[in-house]
Design a protein around this ligand. Sequence first.
Ligand code: NAD
Ligand code: GLY
Length: 366
Amino acid sequence: MDQIKVKVERRNVGYSVFIGGSILSGLSDYLRKNHANKKIVVITDETVSKLYKENFFNKLDAFNPYVIILPFGEKIKTRETKNKIEDTLMEKKYGRDSLIIAIGGGVIGDLAGFVAATFNRGIPIMHIPTTLLAMIDSSIGGKTGVNTRYGKNLIGSVLQPSAVFADLNFLRTLPDEEFLSGLAEVIKIAITSDKELFSIIENDYEKILAKDEGVLLKIIKRSIELKKEVVEKDETESGLRQTLNFGHTIGHALEAHFNYKIKHGFCVSIGIAAELKISALCGILQADEQRIVSLLDKLKLPTKINKDINADKLIGYMVSDKKTLNEKPHFVLIKDIGTIKSEGKNYSFEVDGGIINKAIEMCKND
Ligand code: NAD
Ligand code: GLY
């Protein structure tokens, strides 16, 4: 089992991310050692609960958890679901001595994390990510939140978890499209921070698609290390953490446009292609655009915007995005793989509306 320690000094907190296959055998010991007197609340979704009832959830019975099983999917990541969970916990007399364990993908992690961040003014959370995306991205770094009809993750908070158990065995049951959706975030962090990781994915893409466990462990571990480095330097997204939003300004607009029916990673993949085009049109990106788009294509990730989508409507969604300043969408701009434009502590830049519009038009399918 590998272990990566994340330290967020401004909060004086640190936690371990345990990574490997079959690592959940260590969970009971971990809970007894670190959370002996806690009342445990498990939050999961119906798919994960059904798949892992026998082989995993029953191992938690010894801790007498209160288990909340939610429907699956982005649609439940709302203030309404959060209210319902909180009301249930209060009705069942759960208080400050509770520990939430989120078992699922990014939807469950973000929602359960937001409940933990505000319940009784804050209780601890542990993440057991069960999707690739949640293992390498959403379970690390503390961002929590819910969507509103105005856009993605507009209400939320930051709460660093007390531990993360990323057990690769969960990936065995993950549908291919969910796996690919997670790969989009691996590619994003490779583009923004690590040329070498990008080359590994390029060279081993067939093994990755075949879910070769050795290669998967390597790219998952490296992605977590890269995210840790960013979060440790800038938990609050006042600088370097902005880079993690690459592909997300357009990605989030597409998600809102499709009413959250298209997977996050697929929208991010299209967002990566379109934001590379913006970087090129701004004269920042010289080469590498085709190399990146070609890797996304090889991995069967989408890179084209549907021709029927109105560019101005999409820009309208971007204006409601959290990253917007003075009602102007901001973008992370790529110089080449592993290098991003920065000015002092700033990594996110206003781009002329005409360029955004042109990039969207150029990325449309025929
Ligand atoms: P998800 O949580 O909806 O999970 C995808 C689907 O896979 C669900 O239907 C789920 O039931 C199913 N599933 C989960 N684990 C499974 C398994 N092991 N086997 C079979 N099926 C399984 O989606 P996601 O892609 O994990 O997360 C997307 C969310 O993460 C978005 O809401 C996004 O905004 C958020 N996100 C948050 C951060 C952050 O820093 N907090 C970062 C990136 C993304
Ligand atoms: N996934 C974006 C972030 O954690 O900042």
